[in-house]
Every structure is written in structure tokens, then in C-alpha cells.
Design a protein around this ligand. Structure first.
Ligand SMILES: Nc1ncnc2c1ncn2[C@@H]1O[C@H](COP(=O)(O)OP(=O)(O)OP(=O)(O)O)[C@@H](O)[C@H]1O
Ligand SMILES: [Mg+2]
Length: 246
């Protein structure tokens, strides 16, 4: 599903966070959004999900204007938000419980538990899991929601570097197969290069997206990642300079 955002504006109290932001993501495209802490990345995702409402601007899914909470987005918030009183399986199948199809979703969830390193923990409560396991459970929950557009807010942020690498490899492996449009918020430049078709920088000075960097398939390789430095340096410069240096 194609996503288009036009002139999105939002303030918290008197502080303008987004100011006429335009953004377009092709069907099946994987876009990462980078920017300094506090620039409004999570705010943008919350606006898309309808958790908060914009002051101005429009959002279109496949050309249709959408408003408020819709079925188009699967959202993984920055904090994992598992319910402590529900088991891992119940947490992971939350959307099945809400939208129906719970039994089928449980079957899908059980089939994926191994890949997410959660096998054997289906009936445990979140308090029995490590931070990384909880984050993987939240990620699995998001993927099991069959909405066309995934909004991922630092999904691997709390993971140790090894697990994070494994999850990135896994996501890259299923990226094309799952055929979803993805908007990923991350602070990890390497992760953005490794997973994305395109990287956008959110510029706090303007409240809009500034620079955009297209990533080729060759650049999305870990081997290459170990050798490269220039692209990483450039993206880092764009974040620090807010895109004013081009
Ligand atoms: N509920 C709120 N009330 C008032 N201000 C808020 C609220 N939530 C966020 N803000 C402010 O809005 C700005 C953008 O916040 P947001 O969470 O979108 O940033 P971010 O880019 O996701 O940052 P990070 O990379 O640290 O997660 C920040 O300056 C933050 O202090
Ligand atoms: Mg954030």
C-alpha cells in the first residue's frame, strides 16, 4: 500500500514539532527515518496511527484520504507495551483478539516462536523474559497484525548488539517476502543502510524531512557495511547538520 503525507503540521503546546511535512512511500518500499533525539520521529508515527491528531495536513493510503485510527497501520511503539498480566502468546495475539481470527493467529504465532527466540516461553508472563525477548515479542505481535503498512519505532533499540544483528538479518530475509510498506524509525545508521531502500532525515529546524539517501541493493550488504564508511559519514553529517550542508 502506498503512503502519502502532505503538509502535516503538529505542535505540543506552543512548540511546533512538524511543520508542513511531506512524505511519500511507494508500495512495498522500506524507508528509514533518522534524526536527532526529540525531532519528532515518534510523533510522526503517532499521527499516522491516529493516536494523536494533526493541526493540519493530510494522509493518503493508496490515494484515499484517511483520518483517525484506521486498519492500515501495524504500529510498534518505542516502548514494548506488553501487558504484564497476559502470557506471551496472549500478548502476541492481541490483535487477533481485538479484530477476530484469534485461533488462526495463535497458529501463526506458534509457528514463528522459534524464529523469534521465544519457543518455550509462550505461556510465561513478560516479567519472566529479558528486555530483548520482550522486544521480540512486541515485534512479532506487530508482524502478526496483517495491516499493509508497518510503523516501527526503534524496534531493536533495546537489544544487545548480537541479537540486534540477528533480528536485522532476519528482517532483511523476510523483507521482500512479507511485501509490506515499512516506515522504520531508528538511531542506528548501519541498521538504516542495511535494511532500507531509502533513508530520510527529519530536520528539527524546519519540522520537515530534509535530505534523502537512496540505498542500492549492493550497499545493503553487511560485507560492504564493514568496508564502507563514507556513506555512513554522510548520513551522520546530514543528521547533525539537519540537511543544511548540501
Ligand atoms: N506528550 C507530550 N507533551 C509535550 N511534549 C511532548 C510530548 N511528547 C513528546 N513531546 C516533545 O515533542 C518533541 C518530539 O518528540 P518525539 O518523541 O516525537 O521525538 P523523537 O524524534 O521520537 O525522539 P527520540 O529519538 O528521542 O525517540 C520532543 O521535544 C518532546 O519533548
Ligand atoms: Mg522517539
Amino acid at each position: 500500500m502506498k503512503l502519502e503525507i502532505s503538509g502535516l503540521t503538529f505542535s505540543y503546546e506552543n512548540k511546533k514539532i512538524l511543520n508542513g511535512l511531506d512524505l511519500s512511500i511507494r508500495e512495498g518500499e522500506f524507508v528509514s527515518l533518522l534524526g536527532p533525539s526529540g525531532c519528532g520521529k515518534s510523533t510522526l508515527l503517532k499521527l499516522l496511527t491516529g493516536v494523536i491528531s494533526p493541526e493540519g495536513g493530510q494522509v493518503f493510503a493508496d490515494g484515499q484520504r484517511i483520518r483517525g485510527i484506521t486498519e492500515h497501520f501495524a504500529y510498534m511503539p518505542q516502548n514494548d507495551l506488553l501487558f504484564p498480566w497476559k502470557t506471551i502468546l496472549e500478548n502476541v495475539c492481541l490483535y487477533g483478539r481485538i479484530h477476530g481470527g484469534l485461533e488462526q493467529m495463535k497458529g501463526e504465532a506458534m509457528a514463528q516462536m522459534g524464529a523469534f527466540g521465544l519457543k518455550g516461553y509462550e505461556n510465561e508472563y513478560p516479567s519472566a523474559l529479558s528486555g530483548g525477548m520482550r522486544q521480540r515479542a512486541a515485534f512479532l505481535r506487530t508482524l502478526l497484525c496483517h495491516a499493509d503498512i508497518l510503523l516501527l519505532d526503534e524496534p531493536f533499540g533495546a537489544l544487545d548488539v548480537i541479537t540486534r544483528g540477528e533480528m536485522q538479518d532476519w528482517l532483511l530475509g523476510v523483507r521482500d517476502r512479507m511485501n509490506r510498506t515499512v516506515l522504520l524509525v531508528t538511531h542506528d545508521i548501519d541498521e538504516a543502510i542495511y535494511l532500507s531502500d531509502r533513508i530520510l532525515i527529519l530536520d528539527p529546524a524546519t519540522g520537515k524531512t530534509g535530505s534523502e539517501i537512496v540505498i542500492t541493493e549492493a550497499e545493503r550488504s553487511r560485507d560492504w557495511l564493514f568496508r564502507q564508511g563514507e556513506l555512513r559519514q554522510r548520513i551522520y553529517g546530514e543528521i547533525m547538520g539537519g540537511g543544511k550542508n548540501d
